[in-house]
Design a binder for this molecule. Structure first.
Ligand SMILES: Cc1cc2nc3c(=O)[nH]c(=O)nc-3n(C[C@H](O)[C@H](O)[C@H](O)COP(=O)(O)OP(=O)(O)OC[C@H]3O[C@@H](n4cnc5c(N)ncnc54)[C@H](O)[C@@H]3O)c2cc1C
Length: 332
């Protein structure tokens, strides 16, 4: 048991969590962030050479300018930027502490964590902000063979797949970007997607590239098709032309991710079954149905993980901080 008592504890030190901590700290509150990984752990695990879809100013938090020589910043530029922001605001970030559970009530919460070595540590806070994102839990397909170690649900970089038969499952941005990157670095790429064509959300500058690679036969694509099973050396697809089996070395199942709904429910947060399992919360303050526990960032939109991203989630901090300042400091 530790004697640390904070006004506000933020679970998840992604861009949203950092923005929330800065806004609460600006109100004069004593804030700590706790993350199971490193600072901006999700961004750190994005493809190594990725470029954001968003221009730098829309990724800014804490009124700190994000300057980049590129129209769209890279992952490493964004990581550099968020490190500098954390340093500038002297944010108290406890990295590599997984939040297992929360106990207590409004004004007196205990956050139970485990570090990398399995050691427990408790934090005490009057209010909690949950900004745990969605990137830790892939949407598994439940396929035979999905548990083989050649199947990945995250794409990192192309080099290990040079000259090999790689299947990419999915039809949105992540799948399109991975398929193109793998092909450009010498992999033999097949893409399979259950839809009739690439998804309409694929960015307008990526779509012609993937379409042309497919039209030229450089990437083989099977649309309106699904994966039946994955084996050590093959994959079997159900296509409109019937079942086919292809030689295969690696599979990237890039079919999306979802928030840790169980974690939210364990805190007593109600998920609305009629609204994509969005946590029930006050839209003006983002306080959930559990008094003193606030939702922030992509978790607010439940299963609709493409609705809130860095561009708009970064403003959640201001809403929450105003409410916290009223409740904890009597500010109006
Ligand atoms: C490849 C890719 C490209 C993208 N490009 C863009 C873009 O160009 N523009 C844009 O606006 N958005 C983009 N997004 C989406 C954007 O990155 C996310 O919406 C954003 O990161 C959400 O921010 P967040 O702070 O809510 O969550 P996250 O950034 O996911 O942060 C959540 C944090 O919570 C931590 N955490 C989770 N569970 C626990 C726990 N139990 N205990 C402790 N810590 C925990 C995680 O380790 C993580 O650090 C992209 C997403 C992907 C996958």
């Amino acid at each position: 048991m530790s004697d640390m008592l904070f006004d506000v504890l933020v679970i998840g030190a992604g861009p949203t969590g950092l923005a929330c901590a800065i806004d609460a700290q600006k109100e004069g509150l004593r804030v700590v962030l706790v993350d199971k990984g490193c600072l901006c752990n999700s961004l750190f695990h994005y493809p190594a050479h990725m470029t954001f879809f968003t221009t730098p100013e829309l990724l800014e938090i804490g009124n700190m300018p994000f300057s980049s020589p590129n129209q769209k910043p890279t992952r490493s530029e964004a990581l550099e930027y968020y490190r500098k922001v954390a340093e500038h605001y002297a944010l108290d970030v406890r990295q590599y502490h997984h939040v297992d559970r929360v106990s207590g009530t409004d004004g007196d919460f205990t956050v139970h964590t485990t570090d990398r070595f399995g050691r427990g540590q408790d934090f005490h806070a009057k209010k909690l902000i949950v900004s745990t994102g969605y990137y830790d839990l892939p949407n598994y397909l439940g396929l035979p063979g999905e548990d083989l170690n050649k199947v990945h649900h995250y794409y990192d970089e192309p080099h290990p797949y040079y000259g090999l038969n790689v299947l990419v499952i999915g039809g949105k941005n992540s799948a399109a970007i991975a398929a193109l990157d793998l092909w450009r670095h010498g992999a033999k790429v097949t893409l399979v997607h259950r839809g009739e064509a690439m998804h309409r959300h694929v960015k307008y500058w990526i779509l012609p590239d993937i379409k042309n690679r497919i039209a030229n036969g450089e990437i083989t694509a099977y649309f309106a098709s699904t994966v039946k099973q994955i084996a050590e050396d093959t994959v079997t697809l159900n296509t409109p032309e019937g079942e086919i089996t292809l030689a295969n070395d690696f599979v990237f199942a890039l079919t999306g991710y979802h928030p840790d709904f169980e974690f939210l429910e364990r805190m007593g947060v109600t998920l609305d079954p009629n609204n994509s399992r969005c946590p029930v919360c006050n839209v003006n303050t983002l306080e959930s149905n559990v008094k003193g526990i606030y939702m922030a960032g992509v978790v607010v939109a439940g299963e609709r993980t493409n609705e809130i991203f860095i561009e708009n989630g970064r403003f959640h901090g201001a809403l929450i901080a105003r409410d916290l300042a009223g409740k904890l400091l009597g500010k109006s």
